[in-house]
Structures are given as C-alpha cells and as structure tokens.
Design a protein around this ligand. Structure first.
Ligand code: PEP
Length: 255
C-alpha cells in the first residue's frame, strides 16, 4: 500500500512567532483528531525548520520538510542551503521544483535532476513537483509536458531510488488561484504519471510511488480529490496556514 501524505507548504508566510503558534495548534489538533496511516509534512521556511521540528517532537505522524535546497554540496554559494545542512538538523524531506521556483527562479529539468540527486544522496525524500501552465492545458499538451517534466528530472534514477521520491502534480493554473482541478482531471493526470513510471520502471515499482495533488486544495474539495484511486494525498499551500482547515484536509485522507 502506498504511503498517504498530506504536506503543507507555508511558502514565504508567517513570522517566527506565528509559525510557532500555528505548529503548536496543528500538533494538538492532529494528535487529537487524525487517525489511520496518513503522514503529515510541514514544509516551513528555512529559519523555522529546527524550531518547528522541536515543537513537533517525536511524532510518528508529523515531520518537517524544507521548500528547496541547493544543487551544490557546499561552498561559495551565498544565500543557498545545502541538502547536507538539512540532513544535519534531521529534516527528512524537501520540496523540489515547485512551480514558483520554476517560474520566478528559472529552475527546470537538469538543474532539478541535480537537486533530486543531492537530496537523495543525503537521505532526504524529494517531493518533486510537476504541472502545466494554463496555456499548455488549453493547447491540450498537458500530458506531454508533465511526462517530460517527470522524465527529465527523475528518469535517470534507479528503480530503487525512484521509490524514495514523492511526486506532486500541481497544475500551475490551480496554485493559489482558488481554481481546483476537478477530481477527474487530477485522477487522469495521476494515472498518466503512474503509467509513465510503469513504462520505465515496471508496474510494481510504479504502484509504490506516492503521487500528491496540489492546487487550491481546501476542506471542501479534499474528500473528492483524495477519493481518486491514484491520488495519494495533497500538497497544500494557502489552506495549510490555517490549523482548523489543514486538520480537516488531513482527515479527508482516508488511509
Ligand atoms: C502549493 O503551494 O504547492 C499549492 C498547491 O498552493 P495552494 O494550495 O495555495 O494552491
């Protein structure tokens, strides 16, 4: 059975004090209310990682992730954060290739493959994001583009390594816009991704890989999205900043 995951991406939001308060509220609500085998990852800004990890404590359900890492191991890269640094403060996962990194920081294919590699080399789980802009979907080229994004940054991995990766399908037109993909659109693309993985690595391997949906997930649409057979959870932006709503989204993931 694939691991079910609901990850929250705080992006560049919350002061340190607000982040600590949100974490404490979330830990209480999740511990009290969430049952089953769903895992929760809080992807918080770099300066908060160590503190949020301490606040989460020894939870077997909740862990903390970063939102990016450098493709370089270490050295003269002012302002960058290395995967080994994340490892050294016991952060187990990192988002790679979020559409905002692709859009505003020109991150793409080969660079993202290097980030995936260095994350894996440091024992981190990469949460690799893919997804098409609106104009690509309107040209009906979304499946081709997403297959290419998966190929160019992941298909160099061994069958063993790809199983350490979590994929997040996030249509760019649905991120932060309040416009969600329909459950059918999400399921269709997740099935396309899984078939593509099966074509390269075989069905057994493809069936083990967790594929999250992201794009304006909220407490109202999570049930329907998470009920899709190939949707193994969500990567949640805006709604992960509200403890009540994020907890309700996690509870919608039946695992
Ligand atoms: C995201 O940040 O990955 C995301 C999906 O954001 P939102 O849920 O706000 O659309």
């Amino acid at each position: 059975m694939r691991q079910k995951i609901v990850a929250g991406n705080w992006k560049m939001n919350k002061t340190f004090q607000e982040g600590k308060a949100l974490t404490s509220e979330l830990v209480g609500m999740i511990n009290d209310e969430v049952r089953g085998n769903v895992k929760v990852i809080l992807c918080v800004p770099f300066p908060y990682l160590d503190t949020v990890r301490s606040l989460v404590g020894q939870s077997s359900r909740i862990s903390v992730g970063a939102q990016n890492c450098s493709e370089h191991a270490s050295g003269a890269y002012t302002g960058e954060v290395a995967a080994s640094m994340l490892k050294s403060i016991e952060i187990p996962s990192v988002i790679i290739g979020h559409s905002e990194r692709r859009q505003y920081f020109a991150e793409a294919g080969v660079l993202l493959a290097k980030k995936v590699d260095i994350a894996l080399a440091n024992g981190l789980t990469p949460i690799y994001c893919c997804g098409e802009p609106l104009e690509v979907r309107e040209r009906n080229e979304h499946e081709t583009l997403v297959r290419k994004q998966v190929e160019e940054s992941l298909f160099h991995l061994s069958a063993e390594a790809i199983q350490q990766v979590v994929i997040a399908y996030e249509p760019v037109w649905a991120i932060g816009t309040g416009k969600t993909a329909t459950a059918q659109q999400a399921q269709d693309m997740h099935a396309v991704i899984r078939q593509h993985l099966a074509g390269k690595y075989g069905k057994t391997v493809a069936e083990t890989i967790t594929i999250l949906y992201g794009g304006s997930v909220n407490a109202g649409n999570a049930n329907e999205l998470f009920a899709c057979p190939d949707v193994d959870g969500g990567l949640v932006g805006g709604a992960s900043l509200k403890s009540r709503e994020f907890t309700d989204i996690i509870k919608a993931m039946k695992a």
